[in-house]
Ligand binder design. Structure first.
Ligand code: FE
Ligand code: ZN
Ligand code: FE
Length: 204
């Protein structure tokens, strides 16, 4: 019977998984950038794409430090997150809502990566691979910064824009017609429709 695997074996497996995840993200990020309407959001995806290419190189250096061949092992987790993101991109949302959804998908990926690199850093430190730990921590910090950047964009206007986008005239068929019995109307029961105006209706 073969000997049971060690923490070091698990560590190498997780490195291969992370390496594969970054390679999948290098293919996914350009699609997300292209789908973004907000210029700031597009730039954020593009700059994280560049960072991700750098992370692939950092991981290759980590394999070298550990005297391991550079090898990828299919990451099912990130594949699932990317698949969900692609299905949202195929949905028919207004531009502002799509931006909010792209952030939501992006943050799922960042959090997955933060979990993976958090573990890798801790394991590398435990086993005394301090040079590898430093490189992995650099990647972890980049993932955290990318996540924080997406939160800042969402909370700095994109979510608000998305919440207001549906209140313009053009999508009224999508909206539930809520009864408003408390409000008296001066229009004799004729429903005022804001077609063609920029006037926003009350907050939902
Ligand atoms: Fe990454
Ligand atoms: Zn994975
Ligand atoms: Fe990332």
């Amino acid at each position: 019977m073969p000997e049971a695997g060690t923490l070091h074996d698990a560590f190498i497996d997780e490195l291969r998984d992370a390496y594969d995840a970054e390679k999948q993200l290098v293919k996914a990020l350009p699609k997300m950038a292209k789908k973004a309407t907000s210029k700031k959001l597009r730039t954020a995806f593009e700059s994280h794409l560049e960072e991700t290419r750098g992370q692939i190189e950092k991981l290759e250096r980590v394999f070298g430090l550990l005297e391991q061949k550079v090898r990828a092992k299919h990451c099912d987790g990130i594949a699932g997150i990317i698949e969900e993101g692609e299905s949202v991109m195929d949905d028919d949302f207004d531009d502002e809502t799509m931006d909010a959804c792209l952030i939501a998908s992006g943050q799922r990926a960042e959090h997955y990566e933060m979990a993976a690199y958090g573990t890798l850093v801790a394991w590398a430190k435990t086993m005394g691979h301090s040079d590898a730990a430093d490189l992995l921590e650099e990647i972890l910090d980049e993932e955290k910064a990318a996540d924080a950047k997406l939160s800042a964009l969402a909370e700095g206007g994109i979510n608000q824009a998305a919440s207001e986008a549906g209140m313009d005239d053009d999508d009224s068929e999508e909206e539930d017609e809520e009864p408003t019995p408390a409000k008296s109307t001066s229009s004799g029961g004729v429903r005022a429709k804001a077609t063609g105006t920029k006037k926003k209706t009350a907050k939902r």
